[in-house]
Design a protein around this ligand. Sequence first.
Ligand SMILES: NC(=O)c1ccc[n+]([C@@H]2O[C@H](COP(=O)([O-])OP(=O)(O)OC[C@H]3O[C@@H](n4cnc5c(N)ncnc54)[C@H](O)[C@@H]3O)[C@@H](O)[C@H]2O)c1
Length: 416
Amino acid sequence: MSADLCVLGLGYIGLPTASIFATRGKKVVGVDVVPRVVETINQGKIHIQEPELDVLVRAAVHSGNLRASLKPEAAATFIVAVPTPFKATETNPKAPDLTYVESATRSIAPVLAPGNLVILESTSPVGTTEAMRDWLFDEVQKTRPDELPALRESVLFAHCPERILPGQMLKELVSNDRISGGLTPEAAEKARDLYRLFCTGEIFLTNARTAEMCKLTENASRDVGIAFANELSLICDRLDIDVWELIRLANRHPRVKILQPGPGVGGHCIAVDPWFIVDSAPELARLIRTAREVNDDKPHRVVDRVKACAGRFKQPVIACLGLAFKADIDDLRESPAVDIVAHLAQQKVGRILAVEPHVRALPKSLEGKGVELTPLDTAVSQADIVLVLVNHREFVQFNRRKLEGKAVIDTRGLWR
Ligand SMILES: NC(=O)c1ccc[n+]([C@@H]2O[C@H](COP(=O)([O-])OP(=O)(O)OC[C@H]3O[C@@H](n4cnc5c(N)ncnc54)[C@H](O)[C@@H]3O)[C@@H](O)[C@H]2O)c1
């Protein structure tokens, strides 16, 4: 008997999604191309860190409703949740890389059956759901041409992007509102009915292109807001104004809501997705591109500030507080804090002590560069300059009296 659901890509999005459907009674086959991932999940264990995900996956696997496999199997619905990074091309250094989506989609072709629903969950440029349909039917044409007319007639396609926040994924998976965008209204409705099984938020119907643009717009909106705050922070440094006080006061206006500046923008969503809009309409997406550039430039400005300060010391010791891309998590991927520490080390600005309470070892990009992973108290006591890069709880609670006599560069407005 074929499964209810086949979920392709068992990472941060696919694994919780597959597991929650399984715990709600659906027969789910999860597919990943990495054998270790498949083996780990089949043992009821997890290969990524997310609060309570271990409990959910164990329950899903032990119920007999979730099984992992290296290849797609026949199912009523396919959900694709594979990576969508960017890559450099000859014309665009930040072009969307849809190779994972294409290969996952093509891999469905041998088991596709009439009436199936195919859902794209990966964050994708506008037009990807249509491209997905074309790739899938192209693969069917090559391998099962006689069956193409019946499949073309009846297979449905929808885009249902994910909005969950790392660290709160299981809660948000259930409670967030969702968008269901179909290539046809019937596809949007069918996808909505499926997510209804666990989603307590509202589910809004639209077409696939609007759904694709909606997800990109959400992240671009955050990026533009942060860029505004980051630009203000640079202007305030020059004009000798405390940007944190400025934003606090400006936000007392009833219709003003300025976000907080920081050392840059990291992670694999906000720093990536706006480029998909820029790629689709380069001459029109001027503000969105500029926001990306402002945020990508911020780490360099922080490095310049530290260098200027370090010039006052003979052999400066710099305590860099935080490496993660945001507070209270262990995720160092695409973190501006890591970039800043790497640049300081590379430019030999001083002795670099990195403090990151959420990891046991430095990331590969900082290995062999003379950066020392150091406990918070030790680093601060030895430092001439204390550079705050992440607003981890441990840093917020730090006894500020221990900072006396140190130069403090606080990119997060932690100790004001
Ligand atoms: N992580 C987040 O917070 C988040 C939030 C919203 C949206 N998204 C989007 O969701 C998508 C997936 O992100 P993620 O964080 O889950 O990625 P991830 O890297 O954690 O997981 C993706 C998985 O897909 C697997 N994979 C790659 N090619 C495959 C194929 N052909 N068939 C089957 N599996 C394949 C990989 O081995 C990996 O395990 C991306 O488009 C991302 O932008 C992520």
